[in-house]
Design a protein around this ligand. Structure first.
Ligand code: NAD
Length: 363
C-alpha cells in the first residue's frame, strides 16, 4: 500500500472501491476542488496503482488550473483488462459506486472511451467525453488532444530553434493521442518518421504516410503491419534522431536509463507524466526543450469542460488553440527568464491560482 503524501493542495479524497460480487477494484482520487468539481479520466489497466492515480490526479489539478477551466483535478483507475468482455458491467458498477461523489466528473483515459462514458452517464447522469448521440463532443474521435499538441508545437518550435514545416516527428504510442498528433502535425507540414505501439516501432527516414499508418493501425491492430518502413523494437524508438519526440503512451517512459540516448530538439508530453523529474532535469542540461504534460496535452480536458458547459465543437477547438498557444508561450518565457525547468515554471503558475481559490473556501 502506498503512503499518501499530503501537501498544501491535497489530495482531498483517496477512495478504494471494491465490489465482491463483480470483483471490481478501483481507486478514485479527488486531488483538489477549489476551482470547481474535479474532472479527470478513468484509466483501465490491471497494473494501475494508487500511486499512479495520485500523481495523475495532481497533474489534472495543475492542468485544469492553467487551462483556465472551472474545474479541480481528480482521476480514477479501474484495475481490469481494458479488453475484458466484462467491461460494461465494470463501468456500470463503478458508476454506481461513485454516484454520491458529486465533486468528481469522470472522463475517458487510457482503456476507456466515449462508449464507457455513455455507460457511466446512463447510470448516474454525470460524465464528460460523451458520444455525439448523447450531446457530447467525442474528444478522442475529434482528436482534441492531438490538435492541442500540434498547436503547442507551433509555438514551442520557435523556442527550440527550428521550423515546424519539414520537422521530423517520432511518436511513442499510436493510440488516440498519438494518431491525432501525427495527423494534425503533418497538416502543418511536419514529417512523421517513426511511431510505435506495444507490438513494435515502424520507422522510415523518408517519412511515413500518416493516413495509411492510421488505417493500418485501425484495420490490423498494430503499426508493424504497415507496408512501408522498417520494423524496430519498442525501445529503439527513443534513440531515433528527430526534431520532435512525442511520448503518448504510459508514465515514466523517459527516465534516467534512456534519457542520454534521446536525440531530439523538442519533447511534447502527450502522455501524462511520461518523464521522471530527474530525466527532465537531464534533458534541460542537454539543451532539449520539454513541454510538460499539463501544458501540451490539455486539449482533451479543455474540450471535455466545453462539452460540460454545453459549448459547440467549433468553440471547443478555438478554446484549445487559444489557451494552449498562450500557455506554452507563458511557460517557456518564464522558464527561460528564470533558467528553470518548464515544469517548475508551469507548476508555479498553476499552483498560484489554486492557492488563491483555496483562500476563498472554508475547507
Ligand atoms: P490509447 O489507449 O488510445 O493509446 C495508447 C497507445 O499506446 C496504444 O496504441 C498502445 O498500444 C500504446 N502503448 C502502450 N504502452 C506502450 C509502450 N510501452 N510502448 C509503445 N506504445 C505503447 O490512449 P490515449 O488516449 O491515446 O492516451 C495516451 C496517453 O495520453 C495516456 O497517458 C493518457 O493519460 C494521455 N492523455 C490522453 C488524453 C486523451 O484525450 N485521450 C488527454 C490527455 C492525456
Amino acid at each position: 500500500m502506498c503512503e499518501i503524501q499530503y501537501d498544501e493542495l491535497g489530495p482531498s479524497k483517496v477512495i478504494h472501491l471494491y465490489s465482491k460480487k463483480t470483483q471490481l477494484r478501483a481507486i478514485v482520487v479527488v486531488d483538489n476542488t477549489a476551482l470547481g468539481p474535479a474532472i479527470g479520466g478513468v484509466r483501465v489497466s490491471p497494473l494501475v496503482s494508487t500511486e499512479e492515480v495520485l500523481r495523475l490526479a495532481r497533474t489534472m489539478t495543475m492542468k485544469n488550473s492553467i487551462a483556465g477551466i472551472p474545474h479541480g483535478g481528480g482521476k480514477a483507475g479501474i484495475m481490469a483488462d481494458p479488453k475484458s468482455p466484462e467491461k460494461e458491467r465494470y463501468f456500470r458498477v463503478f458508476a454506481k459506486l461513485i454516484k454520491d461523489l458529486q465533486e468528481y466528473i469522470p472522463g475517458p483515459d487510457m482503456g476507456s472511451d466515449e462508449e464507457a462514458m455513455a455507460w457511466v452517464y446512463d447510470e448516474i447522469g454525470r460524465a464528460c467525453g460523451l458520444p455525439e448521440e448523447l450531446g457530447g463532443l467525442p474528444l478522442d474521435k475529434l482528436g482534441a488532444t492531438g490538435f492541442g499538441l500540434a498547436e503547442c508545437a507551433e509555438v514551442a518550435c520557435t523556442y527550440a530553434g527550428f521550423d515546424l514545416k519539414g520537422a521530423r516527428v517520432v511518436v511513442q504510442g499510436f493510440g488516440s493521442v498519438g494518431k491525432a498528433s501525427a495527423k494534425f502535425l503533418s497538416e502543418k507540414g511536419a514529417i512523421l518518421v517513426a511511431a510505435s505501439d506495444t507490438q513494435g516501432t515502424i520507422y522510415s527516414k523518408e517519412g511515413l504516410d500518416v493516413n495509411q499508418l492510421i488505417e493500418t493501425k485501425m484495420s490490423a491492430g498494430a503499426v508493424r503491419y504497415c507496408k512501408e518502413g522498417t520494423c524496430l523494437g519498442i525501445d529503439e524508438l527513443f534513440s531515433i534522431e528527430c526534431d520532435i519526440l512525442i511520448p503518448a503512451a504510459i508514465p515514466d517512459v523517459i527516465n534516467e536509463e534512456n534519457v542520454y540516448s534521446i536525440k531530439t530538439k523538442l519533447i511534447l508530453q502527450g502522455a501524462n507524466i511520461p518523464a521522471t523529474r530527474a530525466a527532465e532535469e537531464i534533458l534541460m542540461k542537454r539543451g532539449i526543450l520539454s513541454v510538460p504534460d499539463f501544458i501540451a496535452n490539455a486539449g482533451g480536458v479543455i474540450m471535455a469542460a466545453m462539452e460540460y458547459a454545453k459549448k459547440t465543437e467549433r468553440e471547443a477547438f478555438e478554446a484549445i488553440s487559444l489557451k494552449i498557444k498562450k500557455n506554452t508561450m507563458r511557460v517557456l518565457e518564464k522558464a527561460m527568464k528564470e533558467e528553470a525547468l518548464p515544469r517548475a515554471a508551469a507548476e508555479e503558475l498553476a499552483k498560484e491560482k489554486v492557492l488563491k481559490a483555496m483562500r476563498c473556501r472554508e475547507y
